[in-house]
Design a protein around this ligand. Structure first.
Ligand code: PMT
Length: 225
């Protein structure tokens, strides 16, 4: 077993985008690189936690000392997460697609001369963060979400904390000028039931490290089931 203040603690981290297929060659995705979620998984592992990282498709190498599970869709991500319970702490940093394509085609859609473009129909995806927050007896002791917003960041993030039933939300401004999506830096607020803390702009590695130490404080003596 690893040494460190999180020794004996089981952690689950989601990271990256999800890809929702339109057909075997096309998908709906988003700009998440996985840098923030992967950095959180690494930071928790360095502090001694037994970490499972469930990641959507990213161009990053799997972090050292972490069990990494690769998935593509939101449904696969939910299944992989539920399969790891019980855990002590869950951090949902993935940018999960809110919708899946309900009329995805098994064969490549063909472009036919004169035919109108095909209609893509969407259906809601399950919410992984809300599901983990509600998981009854298997609910992680601490559930942390992220909120990616482009306007009224704190207001929308606070509403997500309530709606999804998690314990903390890390709110970040992802409007294009910030370069948060895909970049190496992040400017966040940590929203807990006790209040809202602005954190200074920092590298994603430093945000991860700070969050990991906050998790150490929050878990206190809580280790395992
Ligand atoms: O990957 P990077 O390039 O490093 O960028 C980091 C990041 C911007 C992706 C990350 O810091 C971040 O903000 N992740 C959450 C992105 C997001 O999708 O936020 P949201 O506001 O749509 O979702 C709120 C929370 O619910 C998140 O914890 C999300 O993981 C979770 N969620 C959302 C939808 C869904 N179906 N299931 C979920 O679990």
């Amino acid at each position: 077993l690893a040494a460190g203040p999180l020794r004996g603690v089981k952690a689950l981290v989601t990271s990256g985008p999800t890809f929702e297929p339109i057909d075997p060659v096309r998908f709906i995705g988003n700009r998440s690189s996985g840098k923030q979620g992967h950095a959180i998984a690494s930071a928790l592992a360095r502090l001694g936690a037994e970490v499972t990282l469930v990641t959507g498709p990213v161009r990053l190498t799997d972090p050292a000392g972490v069990t990494t599970v690769h998935v593509e869709t939101a449904r696969e991500m939910l299944g992989a997460c539920l399969g790891r319970l019980p855990v002590d702490v869950a951090v949902c940093a993935a940018a999960v697609a809110d919708w899946t394509v309900s009329n995805a085609s098994k064969e490549k859609r063909k472009k036919e001369a004169g035919a109108p473009p095909p209609a893509i129909e969407l259906a809601p995806n399950p919410d992984i963060l809300a599901t983990l927050s509600e998981s009854g007896g298997a609910r992680p002791h601490l559930v942390v979400g992220f909120a990616a917003e482009t306007e009224r960041v704190l207001e929308h993030a606070g509403a997500k904390l309530e709606r999804k039933g998690c314990d903390w939300i890390v709110a970040n401004d992802v409007s294009p000028a910030t370069g948060t999506f895909g970049g190496d830096f992040n400017t966040v607020h940590l929203i807990t039931r006790a209040g809202t803390e602005p954190w200074p702009r920092a590298s994603k590695a430093d945000v991860a490290e700070r969050l990991a130490w906050r998790i150490v404080d929050a878990l206190g003596g809580h280790k395992g089931e």
